[in-house]
Design a protein around this ligand. Structure first.
Ligand SMILES: [Zn+2]
Length: 418
């Protein structure tokens, strides 16, 4: 099967972007060389020591289900071994292994097996196979090599990585659906996993849940700052899968001979629907105050970094990370601001709003901007002057506050000749 066509297009695009940022290909080649040199089998041993294998003789019905999923999908990658863990959480995991290990691994928790019907388990198994097919763990391993503590990651790559992780679930859900065959089965599996409720609680309630999902999405459209992160039903994922289920792409894959579905269409309509949904999980300013702060940081920040006529990549990436706290695509925001020719107007309007309606934000906004002036290891007169001008003339801050801010900022962020 042409799995690449089945994949959520935005997920692939964002993966390419993040791979570029992390130089994933080069870093990955060193990880692979290291694994090849050490041929570390500890993982495989510890799995066998701690988990029960799903084999033909030991857990025959699960074994059949797992292998029927592989056949239904036409999966022809490296062999997969399945295990059961004694964990009670309704969850599963997949481990994409290095070349020297003979099989990839999928682990089903006991809690999952207890709570789901066999048909629903096929959705989960297919979902985990989906993660393996798309090598989702490849980027993950690079990111955790570079930033072992997630909190250490700068804001921009961090928010895009979180966004990508959610999109990965949507891509894997499609493979899960193809393995399970029916949307209702996939949806009830997803609902059980995300709500923690077991068998017999849902029955025919999937339709009413879908109505509920529509209501939640309407709410989100009104205020996209409202988070769906903790909603037990995972409305965006279920809706995205429902859209896929009713798409031309899904129809082309067909429900019968799924092993041979070459020549799948590039389903633009589905991509459009999904991107309307994923828009709802992207970071955007949630209030007029936050909108003004974002506009101000972008316009004043760009004014500062271009004041010395030399725009350095490190200054741009500092500003991008600062803006990422409010907006998911800071570079695009800056670019459109500059290209539209509206920068002076945006700077004027946002400053006015902040000075009159949110004066308490003025100090912190200027503090966040200051490192733009020192980021390239220089503190030039033009940058210093532009900083003072923005603070005094646009935000009406007292000059002495700004002078003190500059001195503290220099001590904290200025590293000449470093
Ligand atoms: Zn997953």
């Amino acid at each position: 099967m042409d799995f690449d066509r089945v994949r959520v297009a935005e997920e692939r695009a964002l993966l390419e972007h993040l791979s570029e940022i992390f130089n994933a290909e080069v870093v990955g080649s060193f990880l692979a060389r290291h694994q090849e040199q050490h041929k570390d089998k500890r993982l495989t041993f510890s799995l066998r020591e701690n988990l029960l294998p799903i084999t033909e003789s030991f857990a025959p019905s699960l074994h059949v289900a797992a292998h029927e999923c592989i056949t239904a999908l036409g999966y022809s990658g490296k062999a997969i071994e399945f295990f059961i863990s004694n964990a009670k959480e309704i969850n599963a995991a997949s481990i994409y292994t290095a070349d020297h290990v003979a099989t990839h691994h999928i682990i089903l928790n006991a809690g999952l097996i207890d709570a789901l019907t066999e048909a629903e388990l096929r959705f989960v198994i297919g979902h985990e196979i989906g993660h393996l097919i798309y090598k989702h763990s490849f980027l993950r391993s690079i990111v955790s090599l570079v930033y072992p503590e997630f909190e250490q990651m700068p804001p921009y790559p961090a928010i895009r990585f979180v966004e990508w992780s959610k999109l990965c679930e949507m891509s894997a859900d499609r493979i899960g659906l193809l393995a399970a065959g029916e949307f209702r089965i996939a949806a009830s599996a997803m609902l059980k996993i995300s709500s923690g409720l077991g068998l017999d609680h849902f029955g025919d309630s999937i339709d009413s849940y879908l109505v509920l999902v529509e209501d939640i999405l309407e709410l989100l459209k009104e205020d996209s700052s409202a988070s769906t992160q903790t909603h037990p039903g995972n409305p965006l994922r279920i809706k995205a899968l429902h859209d896929f289920d009713r798409s031309a792409l899904r129809a082309a894959i067909g429900s019968g001979d799924r092993g041979d579905a070459s020549g799948l269409p590039d389903d633009q309509e589905l991509q459009e629907r999904v991107s309307q949904l994923t828009q709802l999980m992207k970071r955007t300013p949630g209030s007029a105050e936050e909108q003004a702060s974002t506009d101000f940081l972008a316009a004043a920040g760009f004014t500062l970094l271009s004041s010395d006529k030399e725009i350095s990549e490190s200054e741009l990436s500092y500003l991008g990370n600062t803006l990422a706290a409010h907006f998911h695509a800071p570079r695009e925001l800056l670019q459109s601001l500059v290209e539209s020719g509206k920068l002076p107007e945006v700077l004027q309007k946002s400053s006015e709003f902040i000075a009159t309606s949110a004066p308490h934000l003025r100090h912190s906004l200027m503090q966040r901007l200051f490192p733009v002036t020192t980021r390239d290891g220089r503190f030039r007169a033009e940058e210093a002057e532009a900083f003072m001008k923005i603070g005094t003339e646009l935000l009406h801050l007292p000059e002495r506050d700004l002078v003190a801010m500059v001195l503290v900022g220099l001590r904290q962020t200025f590293s000449p000749a470093s």
